[in-house]
Each structure stands twice: as C-alpha cells, then as structure tokens.
Design a protein around this ligand. Structure first.
Ligand code: PGA
Length: 249
C-alpha cells in the first residue's frame, strides 16, 4: 500500500515535474514518505520543480517543537528529498493574525494553480485535515478547535494530553475537494469502521471524510485491516484466504 501510494505520487511528479502536492502528517503517511525518500535518493523521482502544501498545523506550537507539523515534515520528508523548502508550504500556526494567515494560505494555493494530488489520512472520528465532525464545515483554510478525541489520539506524541494544542489551522473541505486527485490512505483494523462510514455511509458533516464520495477522482488505498468492513469489495477480496497480507483497494 505504501509502495502503491509512493508510486502514485512519483508517477504524478514524473508526468508533471511542477506538480502541486497536498501533503499530510500523522502515522499513516510515514511508510509512503520513506519510499519517496528512497525513490528520490536513487534518482527515480525528483521534487526539484514541485510545490507542496500541507493540510494543517497546530496553533501556538513553536515550529521547532518536535511535534509541530513543520518539524514532522522536515524530519520525515523534506530534509531527505530535493524539494526546495521555499516551495514546501505549511500554515503558520504562530502568525500574529491567524485569520490573515488563513487567507494568505488559500491565496498561495490558488496562485500555485491548485493542488494536483492531495494525500489524505482519516481520523477515527472521520476528520480530514483537522476538519472535525460537527453541524457545519468550512470551505477555506480556517482555525479550528480540536475535538477532544483528536487531542487524545495525538496525545501519544506528547508527554501528556495537556501539552496537545487546543487549536489548529487547517485547509477547509472546499480546499481539499478542489484538489484534482485525492489519495485517501488508511491502515489498521481500528480504522475499518470509519473507512466504511466514510465510503459507504451517508454524506454528512458528522463524518467529514464522507464528503470525499462527491469527488470525481478519489483514489482509496487501504491495507487489509482498514478495508475489512467495506461491503462493496469484490468477492475475492472479502474472502480472505488467498489474499496477501496487505492489499490495495
Ligand atoms: P493517523 O492520523 O495517520 O496518525 O492515523 C490520521 C488523521 O488524523 O488524519
């Protein structure tokens, strides 16, 4: 699955060296990033002319804090590939005027020509980026209060839950859905329920990832665990016995 996803991104860059990539943080993309680093080091792919925009960043966490998404991206990808840092964008969660920062970020994405390929994880509560379930969703980049469930899920990266920031800047669902292609990735049985809700349940703001059903070019990459509860798989995929341990859907 990591390889399939890295090939998708590498393929996009080979076809369009100036591609604009949407990137994600969290545990799920780590294997994809490791493969992209290998592919870049071996000369299979070059990010020299590419541009990237990350989905989100915590508010108020210094950029050099190890758990900031700036630091995550440098550690897990940017420090090891040839993408110029000047074109590797993340929202600035320490901007004095956060509203202005959100507008700046959207304008920057527009100026770059929009996102060609957006890599997207999914939270256990169905969030995409930090667009949390609720009565309403926002279109553009905006400041969010993080759901308690999200803070608890991310507490594993901090010393305690008290250190997990309470707010973040995130691309909105409109920004995400404007990407020309979206690659949704999920791993592990603990994601099986939410993957099913997102892909087979009703389209609702209670599960922001369900809006992805409306996207004309959605590619879903799941391991066997995350795919386990989908009903619309071909019979051979739900059977199990002849399947490899991991399978791309
Ligand atoms: P994870 O996070 O990859 O760490 O599971 C996904 C998300 O919250 O979007």
């Amino acid at each position: 699955m990591d390889e399939a996803c890295a090939d998708l991104i590498g393929g996009m860059i080979r076809i369009k060296p100036r591609a604009v990539l949407g990137l994600a943080t969290g545990g799920t993309p780590l294997g994809v990033y490791r493969r992209l680093i290998d592919d870049c080091k071996s000369g299979l792919v070059s990010f020299r002319h590419a541009t990237s925009f990350n989905l989100d960043e915590y508010v108020g966490l210094p950029e050099d804090h190890p758990e900031s998404y700036h630091a995550y991206m440098r550690r897990n990808l940017f420090d090891h590939i040839d993408l110029p840092l000047s074109r590797a964008h993340l929202p600035n969660g320490n901007a004095a005027d956060l509203e202005a920062e959100c507008r700046r970020y959207d304008a920057l994405i527009e100026e770059a020509g929009g996102i060609d390929l957006q890599l997207l994880g999914i939270g256990h509560n169905g969030h995409i980026g930090f667009n949390e379930p609720g009565r309403e969703l926002s279109t553009g980049t905006h400041v969010v209060e993080l759901a308690e469930a999200t803070r608890q899920a991310n507490a594993r990266f901090f010393n305690s839950i008290d250190e997990v920031p309470k707010r973040a800047i995130t691309m909105g669902v409109g920004t995400i859905l404007k990407a020309r292609t979206i690659a949704l990735i999920a791993k592990g049985e603990d994601k099986a329920d939410i993957v099913r809700r997102a892909l087979e349940g009703p389209i609702t703001t209670d599960c922001p990832a369900s809006l992805l059903q409306t996207h004309p070019q959605l590619i879903v990459l799941l391991d066997r665990g995350a795919a386990a509860k989908l009903s619309r798989l071909s019979p051979d995929l739900s059977g199990g016995s002849t399947l490899p341990e991991e399978r791309t859907v």
